[in-house]
Design a protein around this ligand. Sequence first.
Ligand code: AP5
Ligand code: MG
Length: 216
Amino acid sequence: MNLIILGLPAAGKGTQAKKISQEYNLTHISTGDILRKAATEKSLFGKEIKKYLDAGELVPDEMAIGIVKEKLLKEDLDAGVVFDGFPRTPKQAEALTEILAELGKKLDLAIYIKADEAEIIRRISGRRVCRDCGASYHLDYNPPEKERVCDRCGGKLIQRSDDQEETVKKRIRLHSKLLAQLISYYEEKAILKTVLSKGGIEEVFARIKEIIEVNL
Ligand code: AP5
Ligand code: MG
């Protein structure tokens, strides 16, 4: 099964994509995680990516598509893939359809996690991520066992550079329009399912599992 998770920043895409990949043994491809890792490199490429991320702007379509293509060619795709943060634009959506077709695969589900702006702001302001392994926490909703320390690797927990209030507002503005276009694209393909983001992480996951189970 191949699926994508759609939603505004901090809707819970990464949190749910990780749980889905563990439960169904799917490969998790997060363009945001790949780009954040690349942005820590001292190379010119790393610095260029960092500029986009810090500004809350999308990297060019060709770059995002290239990253996903490269990853797909490397991974074992037999069990399936959960895409998180990709596609982000109609051009990326078309590219994903084509890349999967070239590999003899198709997208089975597009799960849209619907969140309102107030919830997004609460989630972003409490989010902390591990500087070393990228694991994500929330100070109230999903706290680490030890304050400011990653449960998984012991790394330091920090705020993401694009989680500043002004950048967040910019990301929401930018993504709202593109998200609407992606929703129409997958509605037309009759694979869109909407899940409300309200409730805790496990509650949202239970809703997603119900959808996946009927599509397995
Ligand atoms: P990306 O990393 O994809 O960021 P985003 O879309 O802005 O989404 P987030 O990662 O901020 O949120 P999320 O939905 O994953 O929520 P999370 O699970 O963390 O992309 C970052 C940047 O990279 C982009 O701005 C762009 O510059 C670039 N980029 C990436 N992909 C690109 C592409 N395809 N094309 C071009 N550029 C691209 O949850 C948020 C918080 O809430 C966490 O603290 C979590 O613990 C908590 N939480 C989650 N669910 C719940 C719940 N149900 N209840 C309570 N708390 C919850
Ligand atoms: Mg994410």
